[in-house]
Unconditional design. Structure first.
Length: 451
């Protein structure tokens, strides 16, 4: 048994050690609380019992209690010969931001089966992170470091190459900076899961890419026809038609297309979609063989002086020799200039943007998005915008509805004849006056005057 007493300078727990039958004492500060003192006394008594019988091991509660003691407190029990000394912790190698970022890329490129384009994009994000924080130990990163990284990405120092539409004294484009922050958030979230850091200071930063209306441009049918006229080969005419009307994402979807993907009798076209093939059922899409696309494909299929096309043969053999890595933007820019037009911001992608907006106007949302190759929310966030044509159409519909109401008033003897009376048990004499249809969804609305 152990006894607890209080001296002028400390609390004292006295016990008889079974090994040598001598009295031992452990001193605790006077600031110790009663509950804490009781725990010390109880666990010391149990340790004395274990010391007397080597076959008995400490209870789980005592083991947990020992683990929660400070080194100084644990040392008192060691000195009293009630427990063994703690083993010195094995020093762990310091993990830097660069070490973990490279390891993250290595692991996820294998597990997620990254494509070459994905690997190149991630390499740019990792390079930026290493350039700013590379040699720092990952556990030393502070919230201020995270905030400064976001500022640095938008500064000229973050741009190694000065080409592009941004001036040399500006940083990365806003969406590029956001994307690299999003990648950084994933890297540091992975560090948390591995136990390298307690929490990520990048977690609350904004990494979501937003729609950039400054890079949107609607390619009209007149512009499209001028571009076709400026093409020097029929294959380029097909490429432009596919971009503007299919619509395809670019070389990645064009390079694997064969003549067997064209279903002439069904007016359908199969497009393989490498970007979404990792999702079940998204490996390809079937779209209508639009008249504009069919016209150019038929002319290419029946091109005089060329060998007969076979179903397994690729459609694009002249201008897509580098496969999915083919740069279509630069040669298409030359075509636009030859057509007497000013190149638009996103030279090839704007063809697809224009068609996505047209499909929104003529088809239900779900069908328009499916043909375009994405979900409705993605279309709303990044593709569908209101153009001048939409506003002009809204004004035209409003004027037509206004004329309709005015005509009804003129032929009914006054506006009172246009009012309809609606009765219910709560409001027996409410008047409802029809007004113009909603500008965008076409549903009629009513206005109820105060009686």
């Amino acid at each position: 048994m152990a006894s607890l007493s209080k001296t002028a300078k400390a609390y004292r727990i006295v016990f008889i050690h079974p090994g040598d039958r001598r009295r031992r004492a452990i001193y605790l500060p006077l600031t110790s609380k009663a509950g804490e003192l009781d725990k010390w006394k109880s666990h010391i008594e149990h340790l004395v019992v274990c010391a007397a019988d080597e076959s008995q091991v400490p209870h789980a509660a005592t083991v947990r209690w020992l683990g929660g003691l400070s080194d100084a407190q644990h040392g008192k029990l060691v000195k009293a010969d009630l427990t063994d000394p703690r083993q010195a912790a094995i020093p762990q190698a310091v993990v830097t931001v660069a070490d973990h970022a490279k390891d993250y890329m290595r692991r996820h490129s294998i597990l997620a089966k990254w494509k070459d384009s994905t690997r190149r994009r991630w390499q740019l994000s990792v390079n930026s992170l290493i350039q700013f924080l590379g040699d720092r130990p990952i556990e030393s990163i502070t919230p201020r470091d995270a905030a400064e990284y976001g500022v640095w990405l938008r500064s000229p120092q973050s741009r190694k190459s000065k080409h592009g539409e941004n001036a040399a004294d500006t940083g990365l484009a806003e969406n590029t900076a956001r994307k690299r922050i999003g990648d950084c958030k994933q890297i540091f979230a992975d560090a948390v899961e591995l136990g390298l850091i307690p929490k990520s200071h990048f977690a609350k930063m904004t990494g979501k890419v937003k729609s950039n209306l400054n890079r949107y441009f609607f390619v009209t049918r007149e512009m499209y026809e001028k571009c076709l006229s400026a093409c020097r080969t029929q294959e380029w005419r097909v490429i432009i038609a596919m971009g503007r009307y299919a619509p395809v994402r670019g070389a990645s979807e064009l390079c694997e297309m064969t003549w067997g993907d064209v279903f002439w009798d069904q007016n359908r076209l199969r497009i393989r979609t490498p970007k979404t093939e990792r999702y079940a059922g998204k490996e390809e899409k079937i779209v209508p063989l639009w008249p504009e696309v069919r016209r150019e494909l038929e002319a290419y299929f029946e091109e005089p002086g060329k060998p007969a096309k076979r179903p397994h043969e690729k459609i694009f053999v002249q201008h897509l020799r580098q496969g999915k890595d083919t740069n279509l933007a630069e040669p298409f820019r030359d075509i636009v200039i030859r057509a007497g037009l000013t190149p638009w911001p996103n030279i090839f992608k704007n063809l697809r943007d224009s068609r996505c907006n047209e499909l929104r106007q003529i088809l239900p949302e779900t069908l328009a998005a499916a043909i375009s190759g994405h979900d409705v929310q993605t279309a709303r966030d990044h593709y569908w915008v209101f153009t001048d044509a939409d506003l002009a159409d809204a004004l035209e519909r409003h004027n037509a509805e206004t004329k309709k109401v005015a005509h009804k008033v003129a032929h009914s003897g006054g506006i009172s004849d246009c009012l309809t009376v609606s009765q219910d048990e709560n409001s027996p004499h409410l008047l409802s006056l029809p007004v113009s249809e909603h500008l965008f969804n076409g549903r009629p609305g009513t206005r109820t005057p105060t009686p």
